[in-house]
Ligand binder design. Sequence first.
Ligand SMILES: *Cc1c(COP(=O)(O)O)cnc(C)c1O
Length: 235
Amino acid sequence: MSIRSNIEHITKLKNEAAERSGRKGEDVLLVAVTKLHDCDEINEAIDCGITDIAENKVQEILNKYDKVNPVRWHLIGHLQTNKVKYIIDKVVMIHSVESLHLAKEIDKRAAQHGVTMDILIQVNSAEEESKFGITVDETEQLIHDILDNCPNVRIRGLMCIAPWEDNPEDAKVYFDAVKKQFDQFANIDHPNLDFKYLSMGMTNDFEVAIEAGSNLIRVGTAIFGNRDYSRKMGE
Ligand SMILES: *Cc1c(COP(=O)(O)O)cnc(C)c1O
């Protein structure tokens, strides 16, 4: 399967899932997850119409940034505060904010660059020990703390990585919980809060996530094939 036919296939499934949930295909953004894939593959995906790509490591963004054609970059992996400065002028959105400490560092670097950085709060809906993110119940407090302390940060929504399930339908309960929390903030009027993105769904579960209300899916394997973890592209 070629990258082009994979993207066409995923786009079709994405659009159908959006329609099943009463929306239009274009209302759900397909973000291509490019970690451990090389710049030629990424540029091919961009040629096929991909507008947004995501990496989970800062170092991998830096290694690839100049060799990839113009595109919107997202950071979706755990971010250490000492690395925020390297990507503040490169990414359009950071999906993995889970502490005030990190939000404050993003705020500081955004101010230095004269930008407002869009962020998502990462929710660990299933409360898995192995995953980053805060619990659904903790989101409200963190959102208020960020709004009180970080004038150069704009909170755009929530992100969730569901547990791997053999039957992706079993992940629906976790997506539903995050969607419910998302809706609580959707109509709040604050200059630094503009809930627009619910980032949920990967290769295994994106259709279930869309049916639960996701409007941004992060898909890697189904576009580029399996990742070769022996490859050294990052730190
Ligand atoms: C790797 C990754 C993805 C993509 O996973 P696939 O199963 O390859 O589609 C999505 N989100 C995050 C946060 C990731 O790290």
